[in-house]
Structures are given as C-alpha cells and as structure tokens.
Design a protein around this ligand. Structure first.
Ligand SMILES: *Cc1c(COP(=O)(O)O)cnc(C)c1O
Length: 232
C-alpha cells in the first residue's frame, strides 16, 4: 500500500511539473513519517525514498539509530532550544527555524561538533495566531544575521499553509513565500542561499509545486492517517 501511495504521489508531482514546465528532478519528496513505526519507514525506503521528515526530536533520534544510515532526516517540527544538541549531526536540514535564538543555538552546537548545519527559516505566511514562524516582514532581518553565524547556512524558506478543503485557497500563500525568497536573494547576503522552498503537504502539494516548491512534505498521502494516541 505504501508503495502504491508513493507511486501516486510521485506521479502527481510529475504531472504538476509538466503543467508548469518544471523538471520533476527539481522537487524533492520528503516522506513525513511522524508517529509512524520504523517498519513503515523501511517500507518506503525499499521503494526508493531516502528523505524523511520528523516533528519530534525523540522519535527522530530513535528512527535515526534504528534505520539505514543513508537516510536524510529532515526536522520539520517546532524545535526547542534545549533539544538542539540531540539532533545536530543527525539531520540534513532543519526546516523549522523560527527565531534568531534558535538559529544561534544551532550555530553554537554545530561549532562544537565541527560541522555546518543547513537550515530553513519558517515563515507564518498565513499569519495564523497559533502557528510558529517568522512574520513575513521579519524574515529579511533574520537573514541579515546569517553572516555572523558561520556554522549554519540559510538555504531557503519553509511554510505550512492552513488546512483547507480547496488547495487553490493556499496558492496565494505559496506565492508570497516565493516572492519573499526572491526578495531576500536579491540582497546578496553572505551565508544565505535562497535555493529551497519547502511548501506543500498532502492537501496542497500539487499547487505548491506549481508555485515553485523544491521540497514537498507529504505524510498522510504516503503513510495513511496518523493516530497520535495522546501525543500531539
Ligand atoms: C505533519 C506535517 C506534514 C505532513 O502533513 P500531511 O498532511 O500528513 O501530508 C508536513 N509538514 C509539517 C510541518 C508537518 O507537521
């Protein structure tokens, strides 16, 4: 079942790319495996998936330890500063950087380990109150701090659009994120490469691809509905 789901998602990404003249190879599918057992990740791995997204530090570390080492782990959930030390060196990209203090902690921990960690700035483009992320007008100020932080690299922007029944409603938010990225890129800031746009989930990834997503984070369409069993 996971294998047919992956095929379907990949086909949809290819169709969305064809529709707007993009190369399907320019979109990375991140299989969001939060709350799902390691066996499900393994099943997706056997279908060729190598990029997985997790929201919770402890779960990410457990799966990291258990599963093949050629997996790229993406931290996509809210990250507390006191947990940064556990993920440094294990994640290939932290999508959910939403404050300068968090970025500084990732930088300091990376310096101690002697590595450079790639990050994205999370933007609350829909300006929902209960959502993490920089306000759209705060992001460039954040980007201007990057030249001082030598052990992180800002590679782009990330957003989670609202849950909607018609994905077309989210198109405007994806456009805003892309425009922000273009604006920041023009400033030619040292240590900032606006290369990645992480946007689009099960309900809206096709629209996100049409609007320029380079990474889509798809959980439910691959692994089925999640059962949080008390964690949230
Ligand atoms: C859970 C989650 C996803 C995947 O959501 P689906 O709707 O299951 O595809 C993507 N991004 C983030 C930040 C998430 O928390």
């Amino acid at each position: 079942m996971i294998s047919t789901n992956i095929e379907e998602v990949k086909n949809s990404i290819e169709n969305a790319c064809r529709k707007c003249g993009r190369d399907p190879a320019s979109v990375k599918l991140i299989a969001v495996s939060k709350t799902k057992p390691a066996e499900s990740v393994k099943e997706a791995y056997e279908c060729g998936c190598r990029s997985f997204g997790e929201n919770y530090v402890q779960e990410l570390i457990q799966k990291y330890d258990e599963l093949p080492k050629d997996i790229e782990w993406h931290m996509i959930g809210h990250l507390q500063r006191n947990k940064v030390k556990y993920v440094i060196g294990k994640v290939s990209l932290i999508h959910s950087v939403d404050s300068l203090r968090l970025a500084q902690e990732i930088n300091d921990r990376s310096a101690k380990t002697g590595i450079v960690t790639d990050i994205l700035a999370e933007v609350n483009v829909s300006e929902e109150e209960n959502k993490y992320g920089f306000a759209p007008d705060e992001v460039s100020e954040f980007a201007f701090q990057m030249p001082d932080l030598k052990n992180i690299r800002l590679k782009g922007l990330m957003t989670s659009a609202p849950f909607v029944t018609d994905p077309e409603e989210n198109r405007r938010f994806f456009k805003i994120l892309r425009e922000l990225s273009v604006d920041i890129d023009k400033k030619n800031i040292d240590n900032v490469m606006m290369k990645e746009l992480s946007m689009g989930m099960t309900g809206d990834y096709k629209v996100a691809v049409e609007e320029g997503a380079t990474m889509v984070r798809v959980g439910t369409a691959i692994f089925g509905a999640r059962d949080y069993g008390g964690i949230s």
